[in-house]
Design a protein around this ligand. Structure first.
Ligand SMILES: [Mg+2]
Length: 393
């Protein structure tokens, strides 16, 4: 089974497992392994906002009245929600996501779609899972697929602490078995209507003729029919403006050799440029970050009159900055950053419009190849030998 499907959109869905309860268990190890129920005290009329998997074993669920949860699980540890704390952990989690892709759609405090088109979605998802666990001490589940709702269904199906990919060829088999209520947009009302017609699975719903869909779903008929067939072209919509895109590498051994540094710089520039183009952006400012063996760190940047996004242009700016910084000590970490981001079609109005730069066309062909093979195929000569060098943070 190939881990990457050429030419297709790739979406990663990440969802933290029992998020609030996991944060409480992480902050207070005494709660680990115990049925933790986040909600106001059992005497109140509130509802459960989240509960640990240990509490779920008793039948406790989110949105259940707290008194009912208490009845099911009298030994449960009821904890008042600390929203501020959860926001903090959520912020740190989204900071991690942003290291992987500039295109992130926030669905809730602990859930996001991450566009991983052109990359190996499974590798990205497992890396994010590892990263979150190491840094924040909680687990997240991940789904990987060629569209958003399937990525979400995939992660829902492998909770907790799982990773599942649904490839194009597997989508139909996966969907057909699911209850209709799994499709986004099918609420309890529609569900009971479908139930009364004897339609309980997506597979059964899919068999219905087009005019039946039109009658039952009206305007949204096509959308539901498509979803039954594994078709959805909704893009991942970034939830906030991307301010910068950067890549950095910490070397296994400090590097003093300029040629070798230049090689690593080219590989970094190439990744930054690729991510810029994926987000349909260009940058006005290119910067480099250099951390020396003694941990002192410098950054240098340069702003250009015209925004750029090609590998060659970003590398050439970064190279000039690196050379001007004259690294005299061995380098421990090297980074490239693109700032001053603008939509890709922005160009300064000029009386003397320069002839169309061919870089856009070249970049487009390079990106098609990279998306097809999941790694750079055509790359800067200077990056040769450093394609797999160092580890990207
Ligand atoms: Mg969650």
């Amino acid at each position: 089974m190939p881990a990457f499907e050429p030419g297709n959109r790739c979406v990663v869905h990440i969802d933290a497992d029992a998020f609030f309860a996991s944060v409480e268990q992480r902050d207070n190890p005494e709660l680990k392994g115990k049925p933790v129920i986040i909600g106001h005290d059992p005497q109140s009329r509130g509802v459960v906002s989240t509960c640990s998997y240990e509490a779920r074993a008793y039948g406790v669920r989110s949105a259940m009245p707290v008194f009912q949860a208490y009845r099911l699980c009298p030994n449960g540890i009821f904890v008042k929600p600390r929203m501020k704390r959860y926001q903090e952990v959520s912020g740190a989690m989204f900071d991690i996501f942003e290291k992987y892709s500039p295109v992130i759609e926030k669905l809730s405090i602990d859930e996001a779609f991450i566009d991983s088109t052109g990359e190996n979605g499974v590798a990205m998802a497992s890396s994010i899972r590892r990263h979150v666990k190491q840094e924040l001490g909680i687990t997240v589940s991940a789904g990987v697929s060629y569209c958003k709702y399937l990525a979400k269904l995939a992660s829902d199906s492998c909770k907790p602490d799982g990773l599942k990919r649904i490839a194009k060829g597997e989508a139909q088999g996966f969907l057909d078995r699911l209850p209709v209520s799994c499709l986004p947009g099918i609420g309890p009302k529609t569900q009971s209507r479908l139930d009364s017609l004897g339609i309980s699975t997506v597979g059964a719903l899919r068999q219905m003729p087009e005019n039946w869909f039109a009658r039952v779903f009206g305007k949204t008929a096509r959308r539901f029919q498509n979803m039954c067939n594994g078709i959805d072209n909704d893009p991942v919509i970034p939830w906030r403006e991307v301010k910068s895109i950067s890549e950095e590498t910490t070397f296994d051994k400090d590097i003093a050799d300029t040629d070798s540094l230049r090689g690593h710089l080219a590989a970094l520039a190439q990744n930054v440029a690729f991510r810029l183009r994926k987000a349909q952006l260009k940058c006005r400012t290119v910067g480099v970050k250099i951390r020396f063996s003694d941990f002192s760190t410098i950054t240098r940047e340069h702003t250009m009159p015209e925004p750029v996004s090609s590998d060659a242009e970003i590398f050439s700016q970064a190279k000039t900055l690196l050379e001007a910084a004259v690294p005299e000590k061995p380098v421990r970490l090297l980074g490239v950053i693109a700032k001053g981001l603008v939509p890709k079609n922005t160009r300064q109005a000029s009386l003397f419009e320069p002839p169309d730069v061919p870089w856009d066309n070249i970049s487009q062909s390079m990106d098609l190849l990279r998306s097809k093979y999941g790694r750079p195929v055509v790359f800067l000569g200077a990056s040769l030998g450093s394609q797999a060098g160092g580890k990207t943070e």
